[in-house]
Design a protein around this ligand. Structure first.
Ligand SMILES: *Cc1c(COP(=O)(O)O)cnc(C)c1O
Length: 456
């Protein structure tokens, strides 16, 4: 990885000197600029890139993205972005059939990223639970203390949203997890009761379909029974795993997310389109209008007509919004949904095979059986003490990254570091997985000789 100072110098060297006249383009510099852009940063199209959830994209979606940049039609208003608003409805209906929803009972809006979708859903839940809060602000709570119950393995965008919405990070009730790091439904009632005793008013529960750390999918059906009983809004963060809906064979793993009040999925993750492109679903149509209860007369028509009815603006935060949905819809239209399904199925299969490979060795340990294409494990030769395990994984990950042949990530599980792979590119094959295992083993042994030779 290039140090930022050095990259800044290279970038500055490409800039023309201040001059009142506009220069004509220096094509060599343009070439150099594009090359520098491509060569630095993660290489999502390389089969050695196995470490994060950013995906190698379908090339067609990049062509459409470029069209989107040129026509520059913002997608929040039908008037400006006509096809994007229609495409959004078409994509929504495709998903309703996967979920078994009636055609017109739910709603979907695309947002610029999963973090914004999580914030929007929590905002909708909050506004529905406290109807005066939009106009009167936090004073309207009059002593009530809103709280959110959440998987202990939550993504940071959710605690950030809690901060933004005036809920406060300390009002997140962390729900206990089982050995697969899924919410334990049988423990929820007691967590809710304890929260109530502390004077907290739990209005929303957030589960995951594909947790960031290990890809765990929470038992949504059981959870939704409890949230309905207590009149609590259930939101599912399906940023990573929600896309399994497009695959006939994998859909049963995530189908229950349609029981939630809202859920979201990042199309820029497992549907392989340029980021950001996120779909936020509401099971009840009217809930989609809860988040932004606003009338701005210069943009929102009081009496919707057949055109303004297609505006997504009342339901999304962005005013000027990228028509990212076009990148997804175009691929869907021209190749069919099988393209996504086949990629996801292949990557899931590859992850299971890698798990089996790791499990068959003496010197590695698996941490879980993968539910999707995220898998965590450790290099752990028998001679290695438990105390040194974290340092060993950290050092392996650092050296592998610096070598540049592979890119993997690291996550702490029960306070011990683990290595993590996320397979996001169908160019990765079993041979690459074997080569990664060998690279980790070789690196690990070198580190042990250098750093821990007293222990062994
Ligand atoms: C990636 C991710 C997010 C954040 O989504 P962005 O599109 O990166 O903003 C939220 N939750 C989970 C589980 C994720 O994997």
């Amino acid at each position: 990885m290039i140090p930022p100072e050095e990259l800044t110098q290279k970038a500055r060297a490409l800039m023309c000197k201040d001059d009142p006249s506009i220069r004509s383009i220096d094509e060599d510099k343009l070439d150099a600029l594009i090359e520098l852009y491509i060569q630095t940063g993660i290489q999502v199209h390389s089969p050695g890139y196995m470490g994060r959830q950013f995906s190698g994209i379908v090339p067609l979606s990049a062509s459409i993205d470029m069209v989107g940049s040129v026509v520059n039609q913002p997608a929040s208003f039908y008037e400006a972005g006509q096809l994007p608003n229609v495409a959004e409805r078409i994509i929504a209906k495709e998903f309703y059939t996967f979920l078994g929803w009636e055609e017109d009972t739910g709603d979907m809006v695309s947002t610029s990223g999963g973090s914004l979708a999580n914030l929007t859903a929590m905002l909708a839940a909050r506004n529905k639970a406290y109807p005066n809060i939009w106009k009167d602000g936090l004073t309207s709570l009059q002593g009530r203390v809103p709280a959110v119950a959440i998987s202990d393995d939550y993504h940071y965008s959710l605690s950030r949203a809690a901060g933004i919405l005036g809920i406060g990070e300390n009002q997140l009730i962390r729900l206990p997890l089982d050995e697969k790091r899924r919410i334990r439904p049988e423990m929820i009632e007691s967590s809710l009761a304890q929260a109530k005793e502390r004077g907290l008013d739990v209005f929303c529960l957030i589960a995951s379909a594909g947790s960031t750390s290990v890809g765990a999918i929470d038992p949504i059906a059981e959870i939704s029974e409890i949230t309905r009983k207590h009149n609590i809004w259930l939101h599912v963060d399906g940023a990573h795993g929600g896309s399994l809906l497009v695959s006939d064979t994998l859909r049963p793993q995530v189908k229950d997310i349609g029981m939630a009040d809202s859920f979201m999925l990042d199309a820029h993750k497992m549907l392989f389109v340029p980021s950001p492109c996120t779909l936020l679903f509401y099971r009840k149509k009217q809930d989609a209008f809860e988040a932004f209860n606003q009338k701005a007369s210069y943009v929102f028509d009081k009496e919707p007509d057949i055109y303004t009815e297609f505006d997504s603006a009342p339901k999304n935060f962005e005013c000027t919004k990228r028509p990212a949905i076009m990148n997804l819809w175009a691929v869907w239209a021209l190749y069919g949904k099988s393209l996504f399904a086949q990629k996801i199925e292949y990557l899931n299969g590859l992850t299971h095979a890698f798990h089996d490979l790791i499990a068959s060795t003496e010197d590695f340990e698996t941490i879980h059986e993968p539910e999707i294409n995220i898998f965590c494990f450790r290099y752990h030769p028998k001679t290695m003490s438990h105390e040194a395990l974290s340092t060993l994984q950290d050092e392996i990950r650092k050296r592998i990254k610096l070598e540049g042949r592979f890119f993997i990530s690291k996550v702490d599980i029960d306070h011990v570091a683990a290595l993590r792979v996320v397979f996001m590119n169908h160019l990765i094959t079993a041979e690459h997985c074997e080569a990664l295992l060998e690279a980790i083993r070789t690196t690990g042994q070198t580190i042990i000789k250098e750093m821990f030779s007293d222990e062994c």
